[in-house]
Ligand binder design. Structure first.
Ligand code: QAP
Ligand code: CO
Length: 180
């Protein structure tokens, strides 16, 4: 078991645009396995390498769905997805969902996203992967790909809402410091 620290807003490393993985070597495989352990330990449904300070385009997700993800046999969890170098290649519609993030603990906000996405990438073995996603999985994929581009869900809010939530988060961090 190996758990990594999850970086929290306003850590500047969260703004990093992560670099594509060119080779799935031992180091990449190790990173993937600790990311999966870290996501489950933190009770998250998605985690991007950027959130653990790794400059690589890797995301892990385990989104609960009624019908499953359509991507099976990848790992331990029925819905576990390991995505390397993911890209949105098609999208449709628009939806709004109250998102949270392990890097912005305790805060949520309504974020506008594409309703459906087609995401291409590689699985943990370097095999081509294409995911047709809707509902929560579509949202989670967009949220995680954003992380790999250095974007947090709060960056997707209107300037007014963003400024309000950023002020609240900074206030909460200050209050937490005073408690010590
Ligand atoms: C990304 O988010 C996501 O504030 C994954 O106190 C977000 O796992 C996918 C979490 C929205 C789909 C929709 C957040 C846990 C977990 C918190 C997460 C918290 C504890 C967030
Ligand atoms: Co997040």
């Amino acid at each position: 078991m190996s758990i990594l620290e999850i970086l929290k807003y306003p850590d500047p490393s969260l703004k990093t645009k992560a670099k594509p993985v060119s080779r799935i070597d031992e180091e990449t495989r190790k990173l993937i396995s600790v990311m999966i352990e870290t996501m489950y330990f933190a009770r998250g449904i998605g985690l991007a390498a950027t959130q653990v300070g790794a400059d690589k385009r890797i995301a892990v997700l385990d989104v609960p769905t009624e019908h499953g993800t359509g991507v099976r046999g990848q790992g331990a969890g029925e819905n576990l997805i390991v995505l390397i170098n993911p890209e949105i290649v098609a999208h449709e519609g628009e939806t709004k969902y109250e998102e949270g993030c392990l890097s912005v603990p305790g805060f949520t906000a309504d974020v506008k996203r594409f309703a459906t996405v087609v995401v291409k990438g590689l699985d943990k073995n370097g095999k081509d992967l294409e995911i047709n996603a809707e509902e929560l999985l579509a949202i989670a994929l967009q949220h995680e790909i954003d992380h790999l581009d250095g974007i947090l869900f709060i960056d997707r809010l209107s300037k007014l809402k963003r400024d309000i939530i950023k002020r609240k988060i900074k206030k909460a961090i200050e209050d937490e410091k005073k408690q010590l």
